[in-house]
Design a protein. Structure first.
Length: 302
């Protein structure tokens, strides 16, 4: 692990929280104020904005049952990526590590967002986890500062559209849903009336029923599709994506649901039918908190 990036991050933590304690014999595990555990990993940035991390099973085991974070670092970051372990413990428990005893994880960065891919498990949107906000709240025991989001289907639909606009995309939302968008919770953005193309085909009528579509700002090309599963089964949203993906090859898809439905997503996305079509390679899970936190971060940067 190159020392400079790691030293900068650890120095930042010590400046804010005081001296860190090492945990066990690992050079990557630290304890802050005898309360919070942090597992620090670094990766070079590889082709197409991707990184690779090996997360040792023996180190991950020491995070279990404690308030813990996995800090993923790479050169050029504006802020560190701090994954709350408790929110992903079920994901790690759902898969076996590789033969070398490590869970393999990748971060993929694009204009459409930041993805965490835990190999053999699934993909997750993690744009809301940049920065020290959740870590500060955990160390200072200010749980009331952590985000708890209770929003409706159409409010989440509105926020996903706003994120698309803030990240430079044109946004398509089905005509029938537009009267129900909540402009009181976001800065109002323009909507396009064109159903996008996937590049290989003319616009598909089936695309026009998906909750939110992001398109290239100047070309009518689809860049991402999102389904909000507020009360409907996760499986129904995946089937809807799969029907489109088989014929039109979605570049990126996201299922958005309450955090407690992540386990259902993991079970369903790893079905043979979604592996055969390749949907499991391009479909992510976002919780409501992930989406709202992502929007708040983008607004604060403007």
């Amino acid at each position: 692990m190159p020392s400079l990036k790691r030293k900068e991050f650890l120095s930042c933590l010590e400046h804010e929280f005081g001296k860190l304690k090492k945990l066990g014999t690992s050079a990557s595990l630290f304890i802050i104020r005898d309360k919070v555990r942090v597992y620090v990993r670094y990766s070079k940035v590889h082709n197409h904005g991707s990184t690779f991390f090996g997360l040792r099973q023996e180190d991950i085991a020491l995070l279990e049952g404690f308030t813990s974070f996995i800090a993923l670092l790479w050169d050029g970051q504006k802020e560190p990526l701090l994954i709350p372990y408790q929110q992903f413990s079920d994901v790690f428990q759902s898969v076996e590590p590789a033969s070398d005893g490590q869970y393999k994880a990748h971060i993929y960065m694009s204009e459409e967002g930041t993805d965490l891919h835990i190999v053999r498990a699934g993909r997750f949107g993690v744009d809301s986890y940049f920065g020290l906000v959740e870590l500060r709240a955990a160390v200072l025991e200010r749980s009331d500062e952590l985000l708890t989001v209770e929003l409706s289907h159409h409010q989440i639909q509105t926020i996903v559209g706003a994120i698309g606009a803030l990240t430079g995309h044109a946004v398509y939302i089905p005509t029938n849903d537009r009267p129900f968008l909540d402009w009181s919770i976001v800065d109002q953005f323009k909507l396009t009336n064109e159903v996008p193309s996937t590049g290989r085909h003319a616009p598909a009528t089936s695309l026009s029923f998906i909750d939110v579509l992001w398109t290239h700002p100047t070309r009518n090309l689809l860049t991402a599709a999102f389904e909000v599963e507020h009360s409907t089964p996760i499986y129904s949203g995946l089937l809807r994506f799969n029907d489109v993906h088989i014929d039109f090859k979605l570049p990126r898809a996201g299922i958005i649901a309450q955090a407690e439905r992540k386990e259902a997503f993991l079970r369903q996305i790893n079905r043979r039918t979604f592996r055969a079509s390749g949907l499991n390679e391009i479909c992510l899970f976002y919780s409501y908190n992930d989406i709202y936190g992502w929007y708040q971060r983008l607004r604060s940067e403007r």
